[in-house]
Design a protein around this ligand. Structure first.
Ligand SMILES: [Zn+2]
Length: 74
């Protein structure tokens, strides 16, 4: 992850009508991995659309590390 200090990302569904989003821990990804490289790998669990908009989660410390596959932000 290029953005220093960011341990998590928020993944948004690429379909704005769906707007599903989840927060993920980025620790498992290498420092040289770009967000644009992983965006096409996501598959929305709500609408099934492939592709996502991945942003650094600067508020990670608020929610804290969540175990498992992710955390749905409502
Ligand atoms: Zn979706």
């Amino acid at each position: 992850m290029r953005t220093a200090g960011v341990r998590g990302v928020i993944v948004y569904c690429s379909d704005y009508q769906c707007s599903h989003s989840i927060a993920l821990i980025a620790d498992r990804w290498g420092d040289d991995l770009r967000l644009s490289d992983i965006e096409p790998r996501f598959l929305c669990t709500v609408c099934g659309k492939r592709g996502a908009d991945v942003r650094p989660n600067f508020n990670w410390s608020i929610t804290g590390p969540i175990g498992g596959m992710g955390y749905r932000l409502a």
